[in-house]
Design a protein around this ligand. Structure first.
Ligand code: SAM
Length: 229
């Protein structure tokens, strides 16, 4: 007879699989308790994409930075958007947060990332948004921003791209942007950190700055600009 006090993956001898099953069980339990579509989406991702580095993408610092972006965006530009493009969008967590926030009325969000492996994960996370959400695999330096007709361009991955001014120069004049970078120089994938908010302002050289601020976290400070190119 099965010992019901044992976890169902006990004895498998595979710590990684066991950890994954426990994470899935816990997230499903939290999703049932809070009845929140974003948390349900996270459980769906854990079940369907066990290789996705969700613990990194949804750690408390990343979540704080995305909530900061969402709240300052609402205060600065309001909540109505026809189309938002999120560049370097990773697993589509910011779109999921925006779709789950009743203050926002957003017709469409496209999450665009150069890494093809993140695309199906972003789709799974945002499945409930239906055709309001698209995840695309593309290099942000190779897009036609005028044709995209986005009324907001978001890039919270500025520390991951080599030449921020060259990328910003691709956007039509007057485009609304929300940009984040940080001073987390020791992270190897960060190829273009900035040492301060003023260094970020100088690098981005926006025509109009509507918001400029910093959010200290344990290991680094995140910087954010909202304005127009
Ligand atoms: C680690 S993630 C995001 C980190 C960031 N702090 C955040 O959560 O917004 C950075 C993403 O930028 C993407 N990326 C880097 N260069 C890119 C490019 N040229 N075009 C599109 N995506 C790019 C990477 O594939 C990766 O998924």
């Amino acid at each position: 007879m099965m010992d019901v006090t044992q976890p169902r993956n006990a004895g498998m001898g595979n710590a990684s699989l066991e950890g994954h099953e426990q994470t899935l069980d816990l997230t499903r339990g939290i999703a049932a308790y809070v009845n929140n579509p974003l948390v349900t989406g996270l459980a769906r991702v854990i079940a369907k994409h066990p290789q996705a580095d969700l613990a990194n993408a949804f750690n408390h610092k990343q979540v704080a930075c995305k909530m900061w972006a969402r709240d300052r965006l609402f205060e600065t530009l309001g909540g109505r958007f026809k189309r938002i493009w999120v560049l370097g969008g990773w697993y589509g967590i910011l779109p999921a947060m925006l779709f789950n926030d009743a203050r926002f009325d957003i017709a469409a969000i496209d999450s665009i990332d150069i890494d093809a492996e993140v695309t199906p994960v972003a789709r799974t996370l945002n499945r409930d948004a239906g055709d309001r959400f698209q995840a695309l695999t593309a290099d942000m330096y190779a897009l036609d921003y005028a044709a995209g007709e986005a009324d907001l361009i978001v890039n919270t991955s500025c520390e991951h791209i080599a030449d921020l001014p060259a990328w910003l120069a691709l956007l039509p004049r007057g485009t609304n942007v929300l940009l984040q970078s940080n001073d987390y120089f020791s992270e190897p994938t960060h190829i273009n950190c900035v040492a301060s908010l003023s260094a970020f302002e100088e690098m981005a050289a926006l025509r109009e700055v509507r918001f400029s601020g910093e959010l200290p976290t344990k290991n680094y400070t995140r910087f954010m600009l909202i304005g127009t190119v």
